[in-house]
Design a binder for this molecule. Structure first.
Ligand code: IVH
Length: 707
């Protein structure tokens, strides 16, 4: 692709330059459309960047030739017309994965442990194919289809009702008598192999871009702004789950799916009920054998606990249900040549080796980069530049190098020497000794900290990322550019950008910069301003504290309620002996390593300063709404003690948290309820001294309405 560019910019005649600018404008616009509208990029990011760069270089040499429709006048951002956002009242979750038979056995064992099921007690599980499409939620009120949305980030998706209405598998109205007033049907939008092939043939004939695979074709078709186009695309839908419902037609997963079928939905015909791990694995092998003949893409099978009361008891971990798992098919592989090994520096300074590959198609997608994880991995696999390597790609994970084909190794290929200095800032890169194992960490880290530009940029990218501040129009590329130009050096700079921009002379204003215009700048400032009120958990996640992922960020947000309270407490947590430190440790789900990382972060003056600067720039983190306000335990701090007999400790904790309570491991003045099983000792005594409400197990169940 880049090869087509040909002649050096310096030797282009004016006529050639004009022709080339025209070609580039068309080509880049077509790639933008593929990327943003069709979800189906046909070239790598690097190739795309090369096209834009060439365009910029030619324009620089021939400023008079800059076209009205020049790519440099548009930002590489999503189209300005957009879908409305829809908040999912019941989040759309993902599934955790099983990769082999053992993971499946362990899944069942874990559930049995969690529920304390006896060996002879039955545990039925449904098994069904995992469809490789994109999930959608369809809301029915009094049997009428009223709202349809994409998954989005799981909490918020896009309103694509008009497009979903064009899919014949989705009934506009359900006539059945037993349909509850509110029922959200969830399932997968997909395209069959035959329809996909025919669509691509049509696209090619009309001179339009073809799709890389059925999944991309389905995604691109569903996200059309003109539902007339969606209607012309052969989309299908399998129903396999539900969201908010005012009632359920059955007490088992299988029962509800049968009801969905009665109500007129397409459900997967292969779905089956299994009673043992052997049956589940048998189903998996059978489906794997039929995979090629199914006529649509699947990437594994999904197991779900059949009884809904058990599903309810099992609840969720982070973003996945404990009662379901995806058993993935092995990743697809291909062979290609490794052209270079580059080192990327992450936001925590980790040096990650990345293999640059001769582009190769793996499972319908062109792969030109793969991760090599870390130094030991490069050594273990003895990967050398010039080697022929086997790459694999599993679902949406980053492609990996499986092994080297040593017979094809070019003469003179040298073992790769991992750098001992940071390629971005020149600081020493070291492997810290893990205090627990006494062995060096697998990861080599740049010691440059604040002076390392790569770490700074990665921290900013993390800050604006989807699950953190999620600022539309401010993606990785823009962050890199703004950082390079000195416009944004720290998170707070994002929120002072508009003010600084308005004080400038018109020549240097953002809207007059390459790639920007009046509208895109206005949109960017709007998106930034919208995020001044950000949920506290997103705010904390965005800070990029080591070991603090979304789940821990949520725990902190729930426990401390505000950034001021958290910072105040962390300043007091000068050592493990302090009360503030112990309070942090008493939060269930926060252990030694995580606690230390959080305390360390807030003990650093420059981190506190970064937070203060954000608050001063007008960012106001919003406390999380107490979950499930209907529950009497929402917002309360609960401690479980003694040997529990009516439920397991993990079950009790998960249930309490799902009702919006905080679960703590120790009794203090902040405790609201102590649930004491038989044999409770010192905690019970302390609770009585502090006059805290004490419940026995049955009392607790009655209290939360599950008695
Ligand atoms: S159940 C709470 N069943 O897989 C569980 N998901 O990794 C909700 N998917 O986002 C999902 N086939 O897009 C379920 N038979 C199936 C599925 C399936 C495909 C997708 C779905 C989901 C993703 C989770």
């Amino acid at each position: 692709m880049a090869g087509k560019a040909g002649k050096k910019v310096a030797s282009l005649t004016e006529k050639e330059a004009a022709a080339e600018l025209e070609r580039l404008a068309q080509e880049i616009a077509a790639h933008d459309a593929r990327y943003y509208r069709e979800d189906a990029p046909s070239i790598s990011d690097a190739e795309y960047d090369a096209l834009r760069l060439r365009n910029d270089e030619i324009e620089k040499r021939f400023p008079d030739l800059v076209r009205e429709d020049s790519p440099s006048k548009k930002v590489g951002a999503a189209p300005s017309e957009k879908f409305d956002k829809v908040t999912h009242r019941v989040p759309m979750l993902s599934l955790s994965n099983a990769f082999d038979d053992e993971d499946v056995t362990e899944f069942l064992a874990r559930i049995r442990r969690f529920l304390n099921l006896k060996e002879e007690e039955e545990l039925a599980v449904t098994a069904e194919p995992k469809i490789d499409g994109l999930s959608a939620s369809l809301r029915y009120e009094k049997g009428k289809f009223v709202l349809g949305a994409t998954r989005g980030d799981g909490r918020e998706g896009e309103n694509v009702t008009a497009n979903l209405r064009t899919i014949t598998d989705i009934p506009a109205r359900i006539k059945a008598k037993d349909i509850p007033d509110v029922f959200e049907v969830r399932g997968e939008v997909y395209m069959s192999h035959a329809d996909f092939a025919a669509l691509n043939e049509r696209q090619a004939k009309d001179g339009k871009p073809v799709f890389a695979n059925p999944r991309n074709a389905a995604a691109g078709s569903l996200r059309q702004l003109d539902s007339g186009i969606t209607k012309s695309r052969p989309l299908r839908f399998f129903a396999y789950a539900w969201g908010e419902v005012s009632g359920l037609p059955a007490e088992t997963q299988m029962g509800v799916i049968e009801a969905l079928e009665r109500w007129g939905f397409a459900v997967n015909p292969l779905m089956r009920r299994c009673l043992t791990a052997e049956e589940m694995i048998g189903f998996y092998r059978e489906v794997e054998g039929q995979r090629a003949e199914l006529g649509y893409d699947i990437d594994g099978v999904v197991y779900k606990v059949d009884r809904l009361d058990l599903q309810n008891r099992l609840g969720f971990v982070s973003r996945s249900p404990r009662w379901a798992i995806a058993h993935k098919f092995p990743a697809e592989q291909a062979t290609t040549v490794l052209e270079a090994i580059d080192i990327q520096v992450g936001r925590t300074g980790a040096l990650t080796p990345v293999a640059r590959l001769k582009p190769v198609t793996v499972g319908g997608v062109v792969v030109s980069n793969a991760t090599l994880h870390n130094e030991d991995e490069v050594e273990r696999k003895d990967v050398r530049v010039g080697d022929t390597v086997v790459v694999q790609r599993a679902g949406d994970v980053i492609p990996q190098i499986v092994r080297v084909i040593e017979d094809n190794r070019p003469k003179g290929a040298k073992p790769y020497k991992f750098p001992e200095t940071c390629p971005e800032c020149g600081s020493h890169a070291v492997r810290e000794i893990n205090p627990k194992t006494g062995k060096p960490d697998a990861v080599r880290r740049c010691t440059g900290g604040l002076i390392c530009p790569a770490q700074a940029v990665e921290r900013l990218k993390h800050f604006v990322s989807r699950n953190a501040f999620d600022i539309e129009g401010l993606g990785s590329k823009q962050v890199e550019q703004f950082y390079k130009d000195g416009l944004i050096k720290s998170p707070a700079d994002i929120f002072t950008l508009e003010e600084r921009d308005s004080g400038k002379e018109s020549l240097t204003r953002l809207k007059n910069r390459d790639g920007w215009g009046e509208t895109s700048v206005k949109n960017l400032f709007e998106a930034i301003n919208e995020r001044r009120r950000v949920d506290l958990d997103r705010f904390l996640f965005g800070l990029g504290i080591r070991h603090v992922g979304e789940t821990t960020a949520r725990l902190l947000a729930r426990s401390y309620g505000s950034i001021e309270a958290l910072m105040g407490a962390m300043e007091k947590a000068t050592g493990p002996e302090t009360e503030a430190y112990q309070d942090l440790l008493s939060i269930d789900g926060i252990g030694d390593v995580v606690a230390e990382a959080i305390v360390d972060f807030f003990q650093e003056e420059h981190n506190r300063e970064a937070v203060r600067a954000l608050l001063e720039a007008g960012v106001t983190p919003q406390p999380l709404e107490a979950q499930d306000t209907g529950s009497p335990v929402a917002g309360k701090t609960v401690v479980f003690t003694g040997s529990l007999e009516l439920f397991t400790r993990s079950e009790a904790k998960a249930k309490a948290e799902s009702l919006g309570a905080k679960v703590s491991g120790s009794v203090s003045a902040k405790t609201d309820i102590l649930v004491a099983g038989p044999g409770a000792g010192s905690k019970l005594k302390k609770a009585q001294e502090l006059d805290i409400q004490v419940l026995d197990e049955q009392g607790w169940l009655d209290f939360i309405g599950e008695g």
